[in-house]
Design a protein around this ligand. Structure first.
Ligand code: PHE
Ligand code: FE
Length: 290
């Protein structure tokens, strides 16, 4: 996850100027590796038929089924051969400009800790499982790999327009929580979903959330939830489509227009929406009652 609400301004002690740290793979203990294996087994049994083909191909290509937390020396050899991307370790969330600069240079920053058994199902900060299992397989896909580079460059540009919050929504509703319409059905490609057992079921099967066709400006107007399952998912027709519209659109005039357009609340449907499934929002309503 990257919800662009970072606090620190300078790298912590021991980190490099670009906030990277050595992965120090040798420092992970048997419990850490067991945690990875438990999470990996649970997700890899669930995801065939749910995750996008590109994601499942990435899991195979990177040999993520090898036991234990991946050693980036091996992982990066495979990833770099596929698309020129590498994974770099960082202590936790990093400043926005640092994050974007890594993406623009085909480096994906990954948090260097793994959750505890008590956090099997929920954690606030992205750990290795979310970052590596969730994000890295898609980076083996050449089209998605190019999208992430373009996003990094676009992120740096958005800062100059004071439009980070708009572009952050695009990240959220694609990279983190995106759905894709494959010829054989709706699939997950968002890292926030594929790294979560419960949301991998909810996002595809539950009648509660709205599923709406991707629309760039609509998404950049839409609030999102960082504390629970999403109430909206946006569906792309293909990765090629996602790359093409974002690459070929100059966002500067969109940012200017967005200043005059009201935000859209988290579960609202607007007249121009092309709806895949209209949600009941029952799940969110039941949670709010508690
Ligand atoms: N084309 C966008 C711009 O003009 C950059 C961008 C590309 C943003 C891909 C997001 C994803 O700013
Ligand atoms: Fe993430």
């Amino acid at each position: 996850m990257a919800d662009f609400q970072h606090v620190h301004e300078v790298p912590p002690e021991g980190a490099n100027a670009d906030w990277t740290i050595p992965q120090n793979w040798e420092a992970f203990n048997a419990d850490n590796h067991r945690m990875w294996d438990r999470l990996f087994t649970r997700q890899s049994e669930l995801l065939p038929g749910r995750a996008a083909d590109a994601f499942l191909r990435g899991i195979d290509m990177l040999k993520l089924s090898n036991s234990g937390i991946p050693d980036y020396r091996e992982l990066n050899a495979r990833l770099e051969a596929a698309t020129g991307w590498t994974v770099v370790a960082v202590p936790g969330l990093v400043p926005d400009a640092v994050f974007f600069d890594h993406l623009a240079n085909r480096r994906f920053p990954a948090g260097n800790f793994i959750r505890s058994p008590l956090q099997m199902d929920y954690l606030q900060e992205p750990d290795i499982f979310h970052d590596v299992f969730g994000h890295v397989p898609m980076l083996t896909d050449p089209v998605f790999a190019d999208y992430m580079v373009a996003y990094g460059k676009g992120g740096l540009r958005s800062l100059r327009f004071g439009a980070l919050h708009h572009l952050a929504r695009l990240y959220w509703y694609t990279v983190e929580f995106g759905l894709i319409e494959q010829p054989d059905g709706l699939r997950i490609y968002g890292a926030g979903i594929v790294s979560s057992y419960a949301e991998s079921i909810f996002a595809l099967d539950d009648p509660s959330p709205n599923r709406i066709d991707f629309d760039l400006v609509r998404i950049m107007r839409t609030h999102y939830r960082i504390d629970d399952f999403q109430q909206n998912y946006f569906v792309i027709p293909s990765l090629e489509f996602l790359l093409k519209v974002t690459l070929e659109t100059d966002f500067a005039p969109l940012y200017a227009n967005l200043k005059a357009l009201p935000d859209i609340a988290v579960a609202d449907i607007v007249p121009q929406d092309s709806i895949v499934t209209r949600g009941t929002q029952e799940f969110a309503a039941s949670r709010n009652k508690k």
